[in-house]
Design a protein around this ligand. Structure first.
Ligand code: FES
Length: 336
């Protein structure tokens, strides 16, 4: 399912003075992985703008919950916190994102700061409720009043005393966490998979700490908050520039085959396939989320931007449809 979905707000909870959780009733067809985000449409003077919000719920829960923290200049987060009430409907693109727990049976080392706890909470709930893995969480905040999910985390600790270890770090008492502090915490869990979400300086300090302890990069994920420049809800018409060459593309998506022969060399594959009525997956349309990933079987494409795929994935033929333009006459692809 890649079309926008309508989500009815069934409850609004103030988590702190600045953060609210919105519990949303989703269609049954909407599925997601712990740690993923929703792209929500927000009305504005300029029409619809899109913002990504991580889910704090886990897939085994009945409803989907996003948790939103106000920021001083945050038009969308302030609009949600000020305007959205029970009974309202939000428009969202299907869940997306790669900040998800590994498939293998690994224990998790989680680092969160401020509202970075949101996807981390989703992951922690899933791992504790649906697996027998262990979780260690380092959670940094300015002061105790800013701790989102304080009560839920306390209850989770009581329910899973052998499997969940939480350290709350309060800046007003301990100053900002330094690399050495994070290193000391992480050194107890050298074989865990590490995840971090929060402000960039915090994630950089976590990265430094893990590198100094020799954590390999395939056992460490950082969540990057997306700032979308375009509007992924709008499907642009395909208008090819003068002199654009046309390529053939064939493949399959969601079990349906397609074959077209007029893909302009200056148009991204995603835009082209959507204009042809193919139900191709996407979310950010900015090369930042990975939702549009496909595999190249034959031919060549060039990508303008790629903040998602690593060298291993590129070598396996994975590419981003929102960024890929044809660089050969004939291209064959598939969506996993
Ligand atoms: Fe997000 Fe292409 S839609 S990377």
């Amino acid at each position: 399912m890649t079309q926008p979905v309508q989500l009815r707000v069934v409850s609004v909870t103030a988590e702190t003075d600045a953060a609210k959780s919105f519990r949303l009733r989703a269609p049954e067809s909407l599925s997601y992985k712990p740690g993923q985000f929703l792209t929500i449409g927000i009305p504005s003077d300029r029409g619809m703008v899109a913002r990504c919000y991580s889910m704090s719920s886990a897939p085994h829960e009945d409803d989907v919950t996003i948790t939103v923290k106000r920021t001083p200049q945050g038009f969308a987060s302030n609009w949600l916190c000020d305007n959205v009430t029970v009974g309202d409907t939000l428009t969202a693109l299907p869940p997306s994102g790669n900040f998800v727990p590994p498939a293998q049976d690994a224990d998790l080392l989680l680092f969160a700061a401020g509202s970075g706890i949101t996807p981390v909470m989703s992951i922690a709930k899933y791992v504790l409720m649906q697996t027998d893995r262990r979780v260690a969480l380092f959670y940094a905040n300015r002061d105790s009043a800013a701790v989102i999910f304080a009560e839920q985390l306390r209850a989770m600790s009581e329910d899973h005393p052998e499997r969940l270890h939480i350290v709350h770090w309060l800046e007003e008492l301990q100053s900002l966490p330094r690399t050495a502090d994070l290193q000391r915490f992480a050194s107890v869990y050298p074989h865990y998979f590490a995840y971090t979400c929060g402000p960039e300086p915090f994630m950089n300090a976590v990265t430094d700490a893990l590198h100094s302890l020799g954590f390999p990069s395939d056992r460490f994920k950082r969540e990057v908050f997306l700032s979308l420049s375009g509007n992924p809800f709008e499907i642009d018409e395909v208008v090819s520039g003068p002199g654009a060459n046309l390529a053939r593309v064939k493949g399959s998506c969601n079990g349906a085959s397609f074959a077209f022969d007029d893909w302009p060399s200056d148009v991204p594959l995603l835009q082209y396939l959507l204009s042809k009525g193919v139900d191709a997956p996407f979310s950010c349309r900015n090369g930042e989320c990975g939702a549009c990933c496909f595999q190249l079987i034959d031919g060549t494409v060039e990508m303008e931007c790629n903040d998602v795929l690593d060298s291993y994935e590129l070598a396996e033929g994975y590419r981003l449809a929102c960024q890929a333009k044809p660089a050969s006459k004939s291209i064959t692809i598939t969506y996993a």
